[in-house]
Design a protein around this ligand. Structure first.
Ligand code: ATP
Ligand code: ATP
Ligand code: MG
Ligand code: MG
Lengths: 165, 165, 165, 165
């Protein structure tokens, strides 16, 4: 399974349509403080099904919608689309290529789509089950989160072992 | 199941010893079940001994030693059960020059079979990536992304500054 | 007393606006009493707006923006009621090049009347100090300290590496 | 008030007698991960009266005594001595120069001395009252602590204002 691209519009500071292409190996994301690097990480977590706004540094699920700037009005919707190459069939789905889309509106309404077809949040989360990329997994380290791996209680660490088992 | 958990525990423990010794250039580790008779409730204690030092409480470790230890533990899970994709947001921030080098060698090796998205301010980490996304904020509050394919003789700190303009 | 608290509150608020704008090269701030009728129990809300952006929850700020905001707040207390001595352990860790420069200018200015002990890995911060203590561990587990008085044309990264031998 | 020097023996990784001289302005402390830089910060907090072992990254008050290394036995005592120039009479004491000494033994026994004369912990803490260097003050920022200034509850921030009032 490989990530092919991530497309964002109206997501946090990514007001304008943005596309990020992934290839094999290591991609570095660089730039000044506050430019939007961690917001890209948030977009990935969000499109893969993160439901807890606190894990995206917000208080409300609508906090991910572009809230405006000095010169631009707030937007009414946030959308992130993730395109995956599943030709090695690692993911729990028959598709060779899979596009996951998530939207949220100011009203609080949400939409979830797999290859353009409406689905539930659960269907998206299930795709990543047992891949190491699922909820509580060890493949996502947010900013300032690495220390928590050690400061967590001994019992909390069991979750990592259960994900790997 | 009990067997699956124990197999994971022993597997991850072996990798942890090896990867810790690689990142620390020596030393030793031990993972200990707090409650071996109750695998559904047990915690896992992490005991480490940096080279030449005594094993002490994790809390006494330095900022950089904790980050490196946590990184070794996460990579132990990845070694035991690979994930197709790994995201790391500024995990190299507390590391000194020598430790960053060892960290970079480690992710380079894992990147043969895993896609990495690494958010960083560190030139040594940037040098490990053949491809960069520079995130800028020319219009305040609005993120823009520029893709760079890195020529082999590029100087990361110059690009980092170029992004800041 | 009520008057002393309000005087402190207004004094620190003024300094905070000024110092934040200096570190962020613009923007604005507001400190707000959560319970103005009960000064013994009230909290203080911190609301900031980086230049060109909207004021949003502190949690949505980036790692570097949070560190810079917290630094501005601490220096507001120092401006209102100076301390003879200030210790800072790696507060510059999440800052990009431009923000480190502004941070360094700030501590240089305050150092006329205050002793600073600054623990850092950052060459730009090191350059601000006329005197360094290099901590080494030639015998594992045992710290040794070497004092350097810094000649004006020294190159911090070379000394940092020398310390690592 | 100026700090003149800090002397340590048996304190954490400072097994051997170590002296650090302070002058005016900025002193930078540099060196590799785990070499002992933050341990110097801990020594300062400890000699000025810190009683909570957790704020020194330990679990027990005796955790500050050198615990041994590969090649050295643990020591039986930890001692830190701070020498201050009080010619401007900032500190709540008549002395023009003041030496504060704190010791702890493996037995758990503690000794506190001001200018060589035995005193109580409280006498040491009282010296720094109302200087901005007292307990809960804004002049000491430990590693990874700067973010707590913003993540603390609005009510907790009142403590900083009270210290400055
Ligand atoms: N919904 C939103 N609308 C507009 N701006 C937002 C929104 N959510 C977050 N932001 C802004 O995004 C910025 C933070 O971006 P981000 O965390 O990606 O920075 P960063 O590049 O990771 O920086 P650092 O290097 O300091 O970690 C903040 O200024 C915040 O106010
Ligand atoms: N009582 C003790 N006896 C011996 N060693 C100790 C004791 N207490 C702490 N240490 C050791 O001190 C080391 C940490 O030192 P310190 O936190 O000062 O490092 P540092 O120079 O600040 O590093 P970093 O740049 O990573 O923050 C750890 O290896 C820890 O095991
Ligand atoms: Mg960030
Ligand atoms: Mg440290």
């Amino acid at each position: 399974m490989q990530i092919k691209k991530l497309q964002l519009v109206g997501f946090k500071t990514f007001a304008d349509k943005t596309e990020i292409d992934f290839s094999e190996g290591i991609t570095a994301v660089v730039g000044p403080n506050g430019s939007g690097k961690s917001n890209i990480a948030d977009a990935l977590l969000w499109v893969m099904g993160e439901q807890n706004p606190r894990l995206l540094r917000g208080n409300d699920s609508r906090d991910v919608i572009f809230a405006g700037s000095d010169k631009r009005k707030p937007m009414g919707m946030s959308e992130v689309r993730l395109t995956l190459d599943n030709s090695d069939q690692t993911l729990a789905t028959d598709f060779k290529e899979i596009t996951i889309t998530r939207r949220i509106y100011r009203s609080g309404d949400s939409q979830y789509l797999i290859n353009g077809g409406a689905c539930r949040m659960k269907d998206i989360v299930d795709i990543f089950l047992d891949t190491g990329m699922g909820k509580g997994a060890y493949s996502f380290v947010s900013q300032n989160e690495i220390d928590a791996v050690l400061s967590s209680k001994a019992e909390d660490r069991r979750e990592l072992f259960e994900e790997a088992a | 199941t009990r067997d699956a958990f124990m197999q994971t525990f022993y597997g991850v423990s072996d990798h942890f010893s090896r990867i810790f010794q690689r990142l620390f250039n020596g030393g030793s580790t031990k993972l200990v079940l707090t409650n071996p008779d109750d695998l559904l409730e047990t915690g896992i204690d992490v005991i480490v001994q940096p080279p030449g030092k005594k094993a002490q409480s994790l809390s006494l470790l330095s900022g950089g030693e904790r980050a490196l230890t946590a990184t070794a533990l996460l990579f132990s899970f990845l070694a035991y059960k690979p994930s197709p994709f790994v995201l790391m947001d500024e995990v190299d921030a507390p590391l000194d020059g020598a430790n960053v080098e060892r960290f970079v060698q480690l992710i380079k090796e894992y990147s043969d079979n895993t896609q990495f998205l690494v958010i960083t301010h560190n030139p040594a980490t940037m040098e490990a990536a053949p491809r960069w996304y520079g995130v800028t904020m020319h219009d305040p509050g609005i993120s823009k992304v520029l893709a760079y394919t890195v020529p082999s003789e590029s100087i990361p700190s110059e690009i980092d500054e170029a992004i800041q303009l």
